[in-house]
Design a binder for this molecule. Structure first.
Ligand code: GSH
Length: 122
């Protein structure tokens, strides 16, 4: 089972690599203001999780530079996700608001919809 999972994971990564979307190119100032906003975000994820791949592809497509945190192999990050987010499920988007409160958002489709809304993306 572990071997089959590993093989499927490698296939997912290969397909993702060969069909990787092109990144949006923005003017420097526009990209800088998006980078400033995404600096307060991080995404808890597994490298070969298909739902995480789906979100990562959207991040790349829209040039959203969001820190990725490995919630599978890094036990500290995994514990942080469970303790603060409430569940060991990925992908999960963490956003630190300007007032210091933190928002944890699960579900790949909800994360993509949220990012599109926040950054007014098509
Ligand atoms: N409907 C969810 C599915 C996410 C999901 O099933 N993620 C799996 C990894 S692919 C997970 O977090 N499993 C929990 C675990 O392995 O502990 C989404 O679209 O984000």
């Amino acid at each position: 089972m572990i071997v089959i999972r590993w093989i499927l994971g490698q296939i997912i990564l290969l397909l993702d690599a060969v069909t990787s979307p092109k990144s949006t190119v923005r003017e420097l100032s526009a990209q800088k203001s998006i980078d400033d906003a995404t600096a307060s975000m991080s995404m808890y994820q597994f490298k070969t999780c298909p739902f995480c791949v789906k979100v990562r592809r959207e991040l790349k497509r829209h040039a959203l530079n969001i820190e990725l945190r490995d919630a599978k192999n890094d036990i500290g990050i995994k514990a942080e996700l469970v303790r603060e987010g409430g569940r060991h499920k990925v992908p999960c988007l963490r956003t630190e608001n300007p007032d210091g409160t933190v928002q944890w958002l699960y579900e790949s489709n909800d994360i993509i919809a949220h990012l599109k809304k926040v950054f007014k993306l098509g």
